[in-house]
Design a protein around this ligand. Sequence first.
Ligand SMILES: Cc1ncc(COP(=O)(O)O)c(C=O)c1O
Length: 358
Amino acid sequence: MTRATEARLDLAALRSNLQRARELSPNSKMMAIIKANAYGHGLVRIGRALMEDTDAFGVASGEEAWALRMAGIQKPINLLEGFFDRDEFAQIEEHELDLTIHHVWQVNALAEAKLNKPVNVWLKLDSGMHRLGLAPDLLDEACDHLMASGNVASLGYMTHLANADDEQDPFTNEQVSVFDKTIDSREGERNIANSAGIIAWPDSHREWARPGIMLYGVSPMLGKKGEEHGLKPVMTLRSRLIAVNYLKKGDRVGYGGTWECPEDMPVGVVAIGYGDGYPRHAREGTPVRVRDQLVPLIGRVSMDMITVDLRRVVQPRVGDEVTLWGEGLPIELIAEAAGTIGYELLCGVTPRVRMVEA
Ligand SMILES: Cc1ncc(COP(=O)(O)O)c(C=O)c1O
């Protein structure tokens, strides 16, 4: 018998979520963000599933882009952090990758490069996040330098929003206004909105948008769930009960004995733990779905197992299906209970979890 822990992936839901992004930002071309192993869902699998429907892909490194090209994916691929070293140019040319240029050192390196063919560039402006991007007063010189080099085929403009997950925060409008003032009437396509921008900030919609987390069915907005935006979960993390133990009042459960049975009761052991990416810091009471019943997590999360309170489950049995997040149990609830975000949970699913297409 194999361990039952698996992540079921609903690729129809993935495509429906991309469609939802198009409905929300109807005049934008979509650059599907599939970095970090497509937020834990499998880079090539997700690349193939979206290949027909997306206009481009965004990834974080040459390695990710090359893996997509090796898998036969022909759509434009943008390296969201550009190149890390000049020795990447040969492969960038060979695989026809687009570059985000975010710093003066990259402007200079690209302008000085001996390329056989010019590349497409997204010039990234720092509109206030102060992570990556050129300061507004450096933009003119950077554009002139790049265009004079002959190494640039097309020049577009991009920025990233820092606080768009908070609908009340006026900073997003400030960033959009800095972007607009700086880019002004320049020729070239614009690209601002991430998932939160697509969902909540129509003023950030431009010729392009960059949906990430929403493609996977998860809400980027504070206190919201994906279904509230018409999104469907792509990953459902599942396992099974591997033991049902009838414990006595006062018995303590798991490492540290942090949970004490208030009465005689059934406790279930589920084959999932932090070794699979289930968060070690999920607090007591975090919802877990056993068959169709939500039950609370009890005791500490171990490497391979968790324990749950089965008092609400009618005749629990070894082998009963358990859902940790996804269909029927929004990941946002688990993230909240573990003091993290859905992004981290998805990216943290470990290789020993079998990925199964539903
Ligand atoms: C530059 C850039 N654009 C877009 C995204 C997608 O963001 P989200 O997953 O919040 O939609 C990311 C993700 O971190 C990013 O770094």
